[in-house]
Write a protein that binds this ligand. Structure first.
Ligand code: PHE
Length: 348
């Protein structure tokens, strides 16, 4: 066989090839009409029968070797060009890194959700009412008639014939007028009083509780509030006390305090011999039941009300109530909550 049909040479030539076009050139060089192999084939006719047979076989083996190598090379080139194309067309479908921490849940929302969760588990449902109330719902029905000194307990913002509600208690009235007992509701919402210092803002939040049925007693009220505070502050041996108090809409009335200590300006809850007022409560005054068209001989119940800011300040160590409403970005970054945090109870 001529040197031009050396397998080794072909393998060397193939090694240098990297495109389909030059592969085709190589194929033509050997297998084209005037290709080296074709010429050799043609030259067979001038040989004797025996020589034809041997040379013919040799050429056929060479041809199939060559075709196989060409085929291998072709798929090698095709695969690498596909890979190259894929590499170039590759799109990074992942989003650029995002700061999930940016949006924050305000501590008031977080506290409200927590309160709803705890009372929700006790069977209370959530009710709401308007911020602008009638004098009747905010005062009169709650046994605070005109010129009653109790009106001065709450510095009211008066609007033309109406008031900005000074507490969430008018929703008690609305609910009793709308629904028949048994009633078991809590009412978180905005309230307004003309007051502003480090512990008062003109707008603040309260949560009201109301339970009306035929048998509820003061001890049910106490049990309910004790369980709530222990769970809210996550202190199982919370030290507390109930102190007699006065509200026109409850009789008897009480305020609940929790014990605390203050060392180096750091407050610690649940123990100590200082007392902090947390909420007001009592058995619903029969006068209020009658004002709300509920038979006070048949039904009784209890009510309570507490400030959400105060609970939030105590739980999260916030010292100035005004900071809740300053919209300071650094403050919300610090005191706010991650809405995606599965441990939070924000999933209402
Ligand atoms: N409404 C009272 C307040 O704003 C709180 C309260 C509610 C007290 C229900 C007793 C019962 O101070």
């Amino acid at each position: 066989m001529s040197i031009k049909l050396d397998k080794q040479i072909i393998l060397e030539e193939l090694k240098l090839i990297s495109s389909l076009a030059s592969l085709e050139e190589l194929r033509i060089k050997y297998l084209g009409k005037k290709g080296l192999l074709s010429l050799e084939m043609k030259s067979l006719s001038s040989l004797s029968i025996d020589e034809k047979k041997t040379k013919g076989q040799e050429l056929n083996t060479f041809k199939s070797f060559f075709e196989k190598e060409i085929q291998n090379k072709r798929s090698e080139i095709e695969t690498s060009s596909i890979n190259e194309k894929l590499r170039k067309e590759n799109i990074d479908a992942t989003l650029p890194p995002r700061n999930f921490e940016t949006g924050r849940l305000h501590p008031i929302s977080q506290t409200t959700y927590k309160i709803i969760e705890i009372f929700g588990n006790m069977g209370f449902s959530v009710k709401s009412g308007p911020d602008i109330e009638t004098d009747f719902n905010n005062f009169t029905a709650l046994n605070i008639p005109d010129h009653h000194p109790a009106r001065e307990m709450q510095d009211t913002f008066y609007l033309d014939k109406k008031v900005l509600r000074t507490h969430t208690s008018p929703v008690q009235v609305r609910t009793m007028l709308e629904t028949k007992p048994p009633i078991r509701i809590i009412v978180p919402g905005r309230t307004y009083r003309s007051d502003s210092d480090s512990t008062h803002t003109p707008m603040f939040h309260q949560v009201e509780g109301l339970l009306i049925d035929e048998k509820s007693t003061m001890s049910h009220l106490k049990g309910c509030l004790i369980d709530f505070l222990k769970e809210f502050f996550e202190i199982s041996d919370l030290k507390y006390r109930f102190r007699p108090s006065y509200f026109p809409f409850t009789e008897p009335s009480a305020e609940m305090d929790i014990a605390y200590t203050k060392t180096n300006n750091i407050l610690k809850f649940g123990e100590g011999d200082k007392w902090m007022e947390i909420l007001g409560c009592g058995m619903v005054n029969p006068i209020v039941l009658e004002n709300c068209k509920i038979d006070s001989k048949k039904f009784q119940g209890f009510a309570f009300g507490m400030g959400i800011e105060r609970l939030s300040m105590l739980k999260y160590g916030i010292t100035d109530i005004r900071s809740f409403y300053e919209s300071d970005f650094r403050w919300i970054q610090h005191y706010g909550f991650n809405p995606l945090d599965l441990n939070s109870t924000s999933g209402l």
